[in-house]
Design a protein around this ligand. Structure first.
Ligand code: ZN
Length: 262
């Protein structure tokens, strides 16, 4: 009888949820973030860059080693995340972004061959369509990375931005997303994030920051100043993109890791 009850109870129970742990040994983990240091590139209108001040470094009075620093940084410089509120008043600030927005499968649209001679290149609808012809339609919730390989020019400001004039953002020349391509990706394909290995998701000559505005309006995240995108295949990688949780932040430092299947 006891055995019968046991069997009855067991057979009526829903099958136990077997949580599969992620086997990280199946992936190459690629760091898509630049270092933050004195050479970190910021928008030309920023008055300061990344500042690290040592508070302690050495043996303490207690006889143990102790080190600690203090840092300060503008939100938008180095490898960072643009929160939707950056260009949309009603958009999420950094701390308001639901955490599922920080994880997703990535695609990489490689325009590196086109941007060597065309610094003002903008990703086009044709680029997206050509990608889809080869790899299939971009699914909802995808994170779209635009690869230019300008990360190789980091930390040479004039080569990376097209100008090293401090205080003057009018003469910047680097590639970004085009308006129509951003609209297609965000409104039609419903991607959850767009990112690039240049200083901005809008190209350097943009005066209206239309791609930022489209992204912000739809609560889409932007990743800027990425690096090492050449280590990712066009499809198949996953991203973990965790920004600093600044209360009310319009953006902030981003540690972004790609999981690339071996
Ligand atoms: Zn930004």
């Amino acid at each position: 009888m006891r055995a019968f009850c046991f069997l009855l109870v067991f057979s009526c129970m829903p099958s136990p949820a077997l949580a599969e742990p992620i086997d990280f040994t199946r992936f190459n983990l690629v760091d898509l973030s630049h270092n933050y240091n004195a050479n970190t590139i910021y928008w030309p209108t920023e008055r300061t860059g990344f500042e690290l001040e040592s508070e302690s470094f050495g043996m303490s009075d207690g006889g143990y080693f102790y080190s600690a620093n203090r840092f300060s940084t503008p939100e938008h410089g180095g490898t960072h995340l643009d929160a939707p509120v950056h260009f949309a008043e009603q958009g999420w600030s950094l701390d308001e972004i639901p955490i599922d927005r920080f994880f997703g499968s990535a695609i990489v649209i490689d325009v590196s061959a086109k941007v060597n001679t065309k610094r003002d290149y903008r990703l086009s609808v044709t680029d997206v369509e050509q990608f889809e012809k080869v790899h299939g339609r971009i699914g909802a919730g995808t994170m779209v990375l635009m690869r230019t390989d300008y990360s190789r020019l980091w930390t040479d400001r004039s080569k990376y931005l097209g100008s090293d004039k401090i205080g003057d953002a009018s003469d910047l020349h680097f590639p970004g997303f085009g308006e129509a391509a951003a609209q297609l990706l965000i409104q039609d394909r419903q991607v959850k994030a767009i990112g690039i290995d240049t200083a901005s998701i809008d190209y350097g000559q943009s005066k209206d920051f239309i791609v930022h505005r489209i992204a912000g309006k739809h609560n889409i995240l932007g990743f800027e100043n990425l690096t090492d995108l050449e280590q990712l295949s066009p499809v198949g990688s996953s991203l973990i993109a965790l920004p600093m949780k600044i209360g009310g932040g319009s953006g902030g430092p981003l540690r972004i890791i790609a999981l690339v299947p071996k």
